[in-house]
Design a protein around this ligand. Structure first.
Ligand code: ZN
Length: 357
């Protein structure tokens, strides 16, 4: 089961140098996720979809988008949400749509019933939620079911009824998880993992283990038992792990607490501007590469460039000093993570896509 990422915006903060603000589609065999949805997302999507039809010979069906996953509330990552939701209503969407994003722990406390008024910044998603609801981003107005989920990474709240819920898993056999990142507002990276093939569980090999240890191994997780690490992979035949992509939000350079095959990471600045990166809680290309190493990522794709960068050659060079498989994204590019974990970078050209890497 391959994973494909359609890149619809690679600029930071504002459109610049022919790049638009953030927005990507992650396509799996089970359906799709949109990760961030900045201003003008749907304009780019219209063009992109017609190019997919002309040059790749297939349609990207928006009914297959199960969720919009927001990394944080800055408008260059969110301002396209509501117009696009309204377009899907005009297009007769019937399928449920999840909108999921981070907020602060204080907001979660309040949503779950604690007294007090939490301090929120104007970009907090809870404010945008309230505003968008008033503007009609709800089931009643749109005519298809919309479920808003906000959380602090640990606890998630269904905004429809204010109940605490597990992070929803909108697609079968695909797991999503949120991993906190460090920015001026609550932010997270989204990880999307395909199920892989579990193989057959070997009961005989585990017969002397306690049931709770067996259960963990059967679920595919590794576990320590009597001082020894038992790896789930050793208890299944024909096991094939799934594939995973992490898309960072805006973030200072910091470890992401999960591994992945492909890391798509912001690289707003070059080394020469590391002070500005630190001050504004953004990353350099080299910082993204260091994070990719820590995530054990086989491939790193750079995105979210500052408007002051005229091209991405320097970003690529700085990251390649640290990580061996780095790609620099531009608007309209596609990334295909194959079953054998090789990555195809399809670079957008006026005639379609050129295969690189
Ligand atoms: Zn941003």
């Amino acid at each position: 089961m391959s994973l494909e990422v359609h890149v619809l915006g690679t600029s930071s903060a504002r459109p610049a140098q022919g790049r638009s603000v953030s927005g990507s589609i992650v396509e799996t065999s089970e359906g799709m996720f949109v990760v961030d949805c900045g201003e003008g997302f749907q304009n780019r999507l219209v063009t992109y979809r017609s190019e997919m039809k002309t040059h790749a010979g297939r349609r990207l069906k928006m009914s297959r988008v199960a969720a919009i996953l927001l990394t944080h509330g800055h408008l260059d990552h969110t301002w396209g949400v509501l117009p696009w939701m309204q377009t899907m209503a005009l297009d007769g969407r019937k399928d449920k749509l999840w909108v999921i994003g981070p907020t602060t722990s204080e907001v979660v406390d309040t949503l779950l019933g604690s007294e007090g008024e939490p301090e929120v910044t104007p970009s907090d998603l809870v404010i945008q939620y309230d505003m968008w609801m008033d503007l009609g981003a709800n089931t009643e107005t749109l005519g298809y079911e919309v479920e808003w989920i906000l959380g602090d990474g640990e606890r998630w709240v269904n905004m429809n009824d204010g109940s605490q819920v597990e992070l929803p898993q909108p697609l079968n056999n695909i797991t999503i998880s949120a991993h906190s990142t460090q920015h001026t507002v609550p932010s997270c990276a989204w990880k999307i993992s395909t199920g892989g093939r579990k193989g057959k569980f070997n009961r005989e090999a585990t017969q002397n283990l306690p049931d709770e240890i067996k259960a963990v191994l059967a679920s595919g997780e590794d576990i320590e038992y009597e001082g020894e690490l038992l790896e789930a992979i050793n208890y299944r035949s024909n096991y094939r792990p799934g594939q995973s992509v992490i898309i960072s939000g805006d973030t200072a350079e910091q470890a992401i607490d999960s591994e992945c095959d492909l890391l798509i990471h912001e690289a707003t600045f070059l080394k020469t501007h590391i002070d500005i990166a630190n001050e504004h809680l953004h990353s350099t290309a080299a910082g993204a590469a260091r994070t990719a190493i820590e995530c054990n990522a086989k491939h790193l794709a750079l995105t979210h460039y500052s408007g002051r960068l005229e091209g991405h050659t320097d970003s690529l060079n700085e990251a390649r000093e640290i990580h061996s498989s780095v790609f620099a994204l531009s608007d309209g590019d596609r990334l295909v993570l194959n079953d054998d974990y090789s990555l195809h970078h399809l670079v957008k050209s006026p005639e379609g896509w050129n295969h690189q890497g």
